[in-house]
Write a protein that binds this ligand. Structure first.
Ligand code: ADP
Length: 483
């Protein structure tokens, strides 16, 4: 029997993306479909979503959803079934999904995403006259209030619900004064509800109300029991015990495949490693880099403390000094950007920067750079190292979260067993990063070994098959529905 799931997210490829959440929310429906799960995704009605959707049908109207009128539209992108919360005051804005043009959070984010949650609970419980769903699956704090509304203010408070945490660092925490405006009953104001450290915690509310909390790698599921990773919610995670699970993200072969990449021109795609050399030349041109016989490192990242990007500039003199080069694509903290510009100015032809967001260029870098650097302080799953593995761009990663779970360090034992797929290092600081770069350069100059590491990565299976099955199994466990 098909099991129907309402998945709620604030972004999903190919429509809107600021990070890995979008990759996962976009890939999940196709990943669970072979396992008998019919998934519909609810997204906010950003202009890009409305435009991409083409034909859409009005299925419901709210006179007031958190104070604004809203409509529910239904449509499809390819096989992906969508529901879109069309409320222009909330979602049709110039600027980012969560921030204004100055990169400051929209001051009414709490209201925007409470509205998304309220709508999701209405839909999942059948209040919108659409068919009801067997289970509600919310992603991150922006969707988390769906679970609170379901439990405290719907006709189906017992509907099974899953809360997935893609990054514990973003919790949607607001002052207590917003509580009366949420339209929740007084009973929701408790530690078993939405109250968190005397404020309203969106993610916390979702975690509290979920039957099962998942996060996107087994190691991160364990790490968030500690304060450094749990960021205030470690107590709740510990209390939920085996109700907290880790399911690794997969990668979507329709979007990330070295042989049939849909985003980059055909000249970059490759079945064998040979073509990567040509792709590297193209990157050198693109980033104004000199040719050299040393490795070309890539970084594709938000330029933030989480990603270890504050440490990167410190180590670039050394990286260049021992024959490396860097092509970096990213944007974020102004201080980090400035330090990177200064390093690039010291090393023309060796360090190339592209500050901004460029989907096609991110694929080109994976198709041509030798190694991808991911020095994250914490990393729930991480996707860029998975794309690197698939494309033969060797990942060089900090040993944390999903990076630990997906990369096999090229230590002597792994090299002897011919299973190494990358380089891992402990701790995100100058010396650790420097030592990792030294190891990469030494490996790179042993071409046979290097190629073996690349090939091992390309053979590794990070498709959605296993994870799609794991989510479907979880849905069945919670709903009691058998295939
Ligand atoms: P996070 O979601 O924490 O940013 P992930 O590694 O899970 O980190 O996912 C990042 C996603 O965003 C990847 O698909 C990566 O390729 C993409 N990405 C990050 N920065 C850029 C950029 N500047 N341009 C294009 N894609 C980017």
């Amino acid at each position: 029997m098909a099991l129907s799931v309402l998945s709620v997210a604030s972004e999903a490829v190919p429509l809107v993306k600021t990070g890995g959440l979008a990759d996962v929310a976009g890939a999940l429906p196709a990943a669970v479909a072979p396992h008998g799960v019919d998934m519909v995704t609810l997204l906010p009605g950003y202009p890009a979503v409305g435009k991409a959707m083409g034909k859409k049908r009005l299925v419901y109207k709210w006179d007031s959803l958190l104070g604004e009128p809203a409509r529910l539209l239904s449509g499809k992108i390819g096989e992906h079934k969508l529901l879109v919360l069309d409320s222009p005051t909330f979602f049709a804005r110039d600027g980012g999904l969560y921030t204004d043009a100055q990169a400051d959070d929209w001051p009414d984010n709490w209201r925007r995403f409470a509205a998304l949650g309220r709508a999701a609970a209405d839909i999942a419980s059948g209040a919108t006259r659409l068919r009801g769903f067997d289970l509600l699956h919310a992603h991150d704090w922006q969707a988390a209030m769906a679970l609170a509304y379901l439990r405290f203010a719907s006709d189906k408070p017992d509907l099974p619900a899953v809360m997935t945490i893609h990054n514990m660092a973003f919790q949607g925490y607001y002052e207590a004064r917003i509580f009366p405006e949420l339209g929740l009953p007084a009973a929701a104001w408790s530690v078993d509800g939405v109250e968190s450290y005397a404020g309203v915690g969106f993610l916390k509310a979702g975690m509290q109300a979920a039957n099962v909390i998942t996060t996107v790698s087994p190691t991160y599921a364990n790490e968030i029991r500690q304060p450094d990773f749990g960021m205030g919610l470690e107590g709740l995670i510990t209390m939920r015990g085996d109700r907290v699970r880790g399911i690794l993200n997969g990668i979507d072969p329709a979007v990330w495949s070295p042989v049939s990449d849909p985003v980059i021109p055909a000249r970059y795609t490759h079945k064998t490693l040979a073509k990567r050399e040509k792709n590297k030349r193209a990157i050198e041109v693109e980033f104004d880099l000199d040719e050299s016989n040393g490795p070309l490192f890539a970084v594709i990242s938000r330029l933030t403390w989480q990603k270890g990007m504050d440490v990167l500039p410190e180590v670039l003199d050394h990286l260049v000094g021992i024959g490396g080069r860097l092509a970096l694509l990213g944007s974020g903290d102004a201080v980090i950007e400035k330090a990177l510009h200064e390093a690039a100015a010291r090393h023309p032809g060796r360090i190339g920067l592209r500050i901004g967001y460029d989907e096609a260029l991110s694929h080109q870098l994976q198709a041509g750079a030798d190694a991808i650097l991911v020095p994250s302080r914490f990393e729930p799953c991480g996707l860029t190292q998975l794309y690197g593995l698939a494309y033969g761009c060797v990942p060089v990663v900090a040993r944390t979260g999903g990076l630990s779970d997906t990369v096999i360090d090229a230590n002597p034992a792994a090299l002897a067993a011919e299973v190494a797929t990358g380089v891992q290092f402990d701790g995100v600081h100058y010396h650790a990063l420097r030592a990792a770069i030294d190891r990469v350069i030494a490996l790179y100059h042993q071409p046979r070994v290097w190629r073996r590491v690349q090939r091992n990565g390309m053979k590794a299976d990070f498709s959605w098959d296993a994870s799609g099955q794991a989510y479907a199994d979880l849905y069945r466990e919670l709903t009691g529905k058998t295939p």
